[in-house]
Structure formats: C-alpha cells, structure tokens
Design a binder for this molecule. Structure first.
Ligand code: ZN
Length: 291
C-alpha cells in the first residue's frame, strides 16, 4: 500500500509539476490528502520528504542526510533489514527504477523499517536531540492526558529496543508515567524507532526542561470525606480474604489421598505452597501493588 502511495505520489509530482492545488485535490488518491508538507523543490530528499509528510509519521524527525550517508552510523543495521542496500538506496533516492512492483514493495517496506532504525540512533545524537526538542516544544507528540499535568507535552519512548516487540508509548516528564498514543496510526509505530533511552537522554542534556516536582495529587472523596484510608483498609481486607480463599483451595487440592488425619502435615504443605506457589503469591502481589 505504502509503495503504491509513494509511486503514485512521485508520478504525480513528475507529471503535474507546477499544477494547481485543485488538480491535485481532484485526484481520488487518499495519500494525496495524507501528504501535508507540499515541498517539491528538494528532490535530493524526495523519499524522506514523502515519508515525513505521510499521515501517521508525525513523530519522526528528518534524519540528516550526512548522518545517513556516514556508513559508520549504520553499523550492524545490514543484518537487521532485508534488502538493506536497496532500502538505503531508496531512502537516499538512488534506487534503480527497473524493479518490478512486487520487489519495489518489499524494498519500500524495508526502507521504512531502516529509516526507523536509523532514526532511533539519530535522535540521541546532539543534532537529533535538537530536532526532537523543537518537536517537543511544538507538542508534536501530544499532551499528557492526566488532569494534574496541565497539558504537559509528551515525548515518544520505547519499552524495548528490539524491533517488532512493543509499539511506541508517550512519556510525560511531569508525572513520569507513560501513555498510549491517541491515534491508532501512531499507536502502531514500532517503539524501536525511538528507543528506550531517548526522552531520558533529552532531559539529561536539557535538565532545565524537567518541571519541578509537584505534590498535586487527586484525592478521592465521598461527600467531602477522604476515601483514602477507608479504601486502603478495604483493599487490605480483600487481600486477606483472597489469600485465605486461595489457602483453602490449595488445601483441597493438596489433601493427602490416604487419610484425613494427615491434615496437619497437609496444612504444612499448603503453607509451603502459599509461600512458594505462584497463584497465591501472584494474587497477593497484585493486591500489594494496588495498595
Ligand atoms: Zn503527566
């Protein structure tokens, strides 16, 4: 799909150079609407322009051409990307045009993956951080949905540096928590294209951006009375109940089949099960987290 979009776009750019906006808008190609940048003067960064202008790619910044052309920066990526050299040629607009459609689609997919992986490396360089800082200031990554963060701008972050494992999340430096992107297009971007370290690296380099610690907290109340202590007590009671229920269930399962008299040793066993056994420990652990 992307390949065709890009191909159509390039064809239109070539065929209708200098055509008016109406002509372009009349085309029934969704990607023409998706393309937002409108810059067609710089043909040397053609593919990157297309990529950055495509809807859903707003989190990405433009990786410097010099950075891409320095092979040292791309060390190891050849083993991670299929058709690496063709993908790199496409990114740098040097791809041989004589590829069939199927092959071109594969290369196009690889190019997007390769660009993402290069992007993750680039944004933690000095220049990359500056570019992402500008996007952060423009709130290109959205704002924290937590009310007490007062619309603080977010930054993309990964939960894993390994590609194809986790999608990108958004980090708020005010509440120091992460959120899912609102748009499904953004929510499906691979986290590895930003990396786990990026936002923290940015705040290391620009510590003045870190907001002062706030003590603002939401306090649940019913008719003006704080619920906190009562809720804590209730959660504790729930936890005890669940634990004893689990102990009883474990006791039923662990009863010796020979005699009911062995109940004391059975209980001992059960105690061990409670201490070591995963089901009970998990439940109480989960409850402890809630508290
Ligand atoms: Zn926040």
């Amino acid at each position: 799909m992307y390949m065709q979009d890009y191909k159509l776009w390039t064809q239109q750019q070539t065929n209708t150079a200098g055509c008016n906006k109406l002509g372009l808008a009349g085309l029934s190609i969704t990607t023409m609407d998706d393309y937002t940048s409108g810059s067609d003067s710089d043909y040397t960064k053609y593919w990157i322009d297309w990529f950055l202008g495509t809807k859903g790619n707003e989190y990405f910044c433009e990786v410097d051409e010099e950075y891409i052309l320095d092979r040292f920066n791309l060390t190891g990526l050849n083993t991670e990307v299929q058709y690496y050299s063709q993908a790199l040629d496409l990114i740098t607009d040097n791809l041989d045009e004589n590829l069939d459609d199927e092959m071109r689609e594969i290369v196009e997919k690889s190019a997007r993956h390769l660009y993402g992986l290069i992007h993750a490396r680039f944004i933690i360089t000095t220049h990359g951080l500056t570019k992402m800082l500008e996007k952060f200031k423009k709130c290109d990554f959205g704002r924290c949905p937590r009310v007490l963060c007062h619309n603080h701008p977010l930054l993309p972050v990964a939960l894993s540096d390994v590609p194809y494992t986790k999608s990108v999340k958004l980090f708020c430096c005010r509440c120091e928590d992460i959120y899912n992107p609102k748009s499904s297009r953004h929510a499906s971007i691979d986290g590895a294209y930003f990396g786990c370290s990026f936002p923290h690296m940015l705040f290391q380099v620009y510590p003045q951006l870190v907001p002062p610690k706030s003590t603002d907290r939401y306090i649940p109340r019913i008719f003006g009375f704080k619920l906190h202590d009562v809720a804590k007590q209730q959660r504790y009671q729930d936890m005890i109940r669940e634990e004893s229920h689990a102990r009883i269930m474990a006791g039923i399962e662990g009863l010796p089949t020979t005699a009911a008299q062995g109940s004391s040793s059975g209980q001992q066993n059960n105690k061990n099960r409670v201490a070591d056994g995963t089901p009970v420990a998990t439940e109480s652990g989960a409850m402890a987290d809630v508290n």
